[in-house]
Design a protein. Structure first.
Length: 440
C-alpha cells in the first residue's frame, strides 16, 4: 500500500569530516585548535592565533555581594577617573578614583599605576622626587599628595585667604561667582561638615556682593545655604529689571541713582564684654567720591555679632581707611573676622550751625529751684548762654518731678481707704470646725 520513499544518499565531503573532527580544548586559558580547522577555516584560525579580546565580566554594582553574574543585558564600560592637576579639589578626585577602582576591580598595583598617570601638571611634580630605587606604593602616593593639596596644606590655606577676599567683579554673573565659591570651598574646607561649608559659602557670597541693595536683602533674609542665597540675589536682580512687552528697558541715567559703598573690617579683633573699641575698616568705593560720608551699620552685622556700631561722619580719603566704633553689649567676648561687612557709606549733607544772634540770657530771667541748683551748676559747664537759659526754663517747668531729698516720698489722693483699729465694732465670723485631736 505504501510505496517506499527513495532515500537520497549524499557523498560525504571534506567539510563534514572537518566539522565532525572539530574540537576545542583549553590549556591554561589558551585555546588550542586541531589541524582540521587550519585546512577548513584558515582565516578563522589566523584570527584565533593572533588572539582575541577576552570577554568582559559582567557584574551587578548595585548588589552588596559584588559577585559576578552572567547577565549580558547590560555592558558596564571601564570607568575613567580623569586627571588631577592641583587646581581642583583633591578630595573629590580621590573619592572618584576609589569609586572607579572598585567598579573596575583594580588591584593595588593597578591603582598605583593609574594614580601615577592621573597626576599631571603641578600635582605630577609631587611624585617626581620619588627615587627609582624605591618606588612608592599607592598609600605613599596618596599621603604625599594629601600633604601637598589636602585641607591641612598650605595650598588650601592660600585658597582660604583668597576666598575671604573674594569680591564680585564688574559685570560678573552671579552664577559664575557661585560656582567659583563652591569650587574653592571644596578645596579649603574639604574636612569640614556640610553645614559648616554652607555657612562659609553664604558668608563669602554675601561679602562678595558689590550691590548694596542685594547685600541688605541677604543680611535681612540670612539664608542658610548657598543655593538659597543665590536664589535671593537672582530674584532681586530680576525684579530690578523693568520689562516692556517682554523686553528689558535700559537704564539711561545711572549717575542720578544714589550709590552706596561697602566698609569691611580691616583686621580680626576680639571685643571684650562691655567694652568699646575702634577697629580699622576699609572702604570699597564704587566710584570717585568727594565730600562727607555717613557710615551706617548693617542690620545683619549687628544681629550676628550682637554688637552696636556707631554712626559717624567722615571725609572721603584716598587711603580708604575708615574708623569703625564697636561696642560689645553682651556678656561674652565676640570675635569679628577680617573682611566682614560692618556698614555702608553714603553721601551726607552736613547742616552747618546757625550763625544768627541768639537773645542774651538776661532776656529770660529764670530762678532755678533751690533743690535743683547743684544739678543746674553741673550741667551748664559746657553750655552756651542761650542753652543755659533753656535748661533753666526746663527745670523750672518740671521742678516738682525731681526729689528734694532722700526722705521726699511725696503724697497722693488717688487712693483712699480705712484702717480698722481698736476700739471698734465686733467682727462676726463663721464658726470653724476643730480637729478631733484638738477637741477637749
Amino acid at each position: 500500500m505504501f510505496q517506499d520513499t527513495p532515500t537520497l544518499n549524499r557523498q560525504p565531503c571534506k567539510h563534514d569530516a572537518c566539522a565532525a573532527q572539530h574540537s576545542i580544548r583549553e590549556d591554561k586559558g589558551n585555546a588550542v585548535y586541531s589541524s582540521v580547522d587550519k585546512c577548513c577555516f584558515p582565516e578563522l584560525t589566523r584570527s584565533r592565533q593572533h588572539g582575541r579580546k577576552p570577554r568582559q565580566a559582567f557584574c551587578d554594582l548595585s548588589s552588596d555581594s559584588g559577585e559576578e553574574c552572567s547577565d549580558h543585558r547590560e555592558r558596564i564600560p571601564t570607568l575613567r577617573p580623569g586627571q588631577f592637576d592641583g587646581f581642583t579639589s583633591w578630595r573629590q578626585f580621590l573619592y572618584r578614583f576609589e569609586d572607579c577602582a572598585r567598579a573596575n576591580h583594580w588591584s593595588e598595583r593597578t591603582m598605583t599605576v593609574q594614580m601615577r598617570f592621573c597626576l599631571v601638571g603641578a600635582a605630577g611634580a609631587v611624585i617626581h622626587k620619588n627615587p627609582r630605587s624605591s618606588p612608592w606604593d599607592y598609600d605613599r602616593i596618596v599621603e604625599e599628595v594629601e600633604a601637598a593639596y589636602g585641607p591641612s596644606s598650605e595650598h588650601a590655606a592660600a585658597i582660604g585667604i583668597e576666598l575671604r577676599q573674594r569680591v564680585r567683579r564688574e559685570g560678573e554673573p552671579l552664577c559664575m561667582l557661585r560656582n567659583d565659591i563652591i569650587e574653592k570651598v571644596s578645596i579649603a574646607y574639604a574636612d569640614r561638615s556640610e553645614k559648616e561649608q554652607d555657612t562659609f559659602s553664604v558668608e563669602v557670597f554675601t561679602n562678595a556682593m558689590g550691590d548694596a541693595d542685594i547685600l541688605q536683602r541677604l543680611l535681612e533674609k540670612r539664608p542658610r545655604t548657598l543655593v538659597c542665597a543665590y536664589e535671593i540675589a537672582h530674584r532681586h536682580r530680576s525684579h530690578e529689571a523693568e520689562l516692556l512687552f517682554g523686553e528689558q528697558i535700559p537704564y539711561f541715567n545711572p549717575k542720578n541713582k544714589p550709590r552706596v559703598h561697602v566698609v569691611r573690617i580691616a583686621q580680626t579683633a576680639v571685643l571684650e564684654a562691655g567694652h568699646e573699641y575702634t577697629v580699622p575698616g576699609n572702604a570699597h568705593f564704587r566710584e570717585e567720591v568727594h565730600g562727607n560720608m555717613l557710615l551706617s551699620p548693617t542690620k545683619g552685622f549687628m544681629e550676628k555679632h550682637q554688637v552696636m556700631v556707631a554712626q559717624i561722619i567722615i571725609g572721603a580719603q584716598p587711603s580708604h581707611r575708615v574708623p569703625v566704633r564697636l561696642y560689645n553689649r553682651g556678656t561674652v567676648a565676640v570675635k569679628v573676622r577680617k573682611g566682614v561687612i560692618a556698614g555702608i557709606l553714603q553721601l551726607a549733607d552736613v547742616v552747618q550751625a546757625s550763625t544768627a544772634e541768639l537773645p542774651p540770657a538776661n532776656s529770660c530771667p529764670t530762678v532755678v529751684p533751690s533743690h535743683l541748683q547743684p544739678l543746674y551748676a553741673e550741667r551748664t559747664r559746657d553750655l552756651r548762654e542761650a542753652e543755659q537759659c533753656e535748661l533753666a526754663d526746663l527745670l523750672c517747668a518740671y521742678g516738682d518731678v525731681f526729689s528734694t531729698g532722700p526722705t521726699d516720698l511725696g503724697c497722693t489722693n488717688l487712693v483712699q481707704h480705712d484702717i480698722q483699729t481698736r476700739p471698734g465694732p465686733p467682727v462676726k465670723r463663721q464658726p470653724r470646725r476643730m480637729a478631733f485631736e484638738k477637741q477637749p
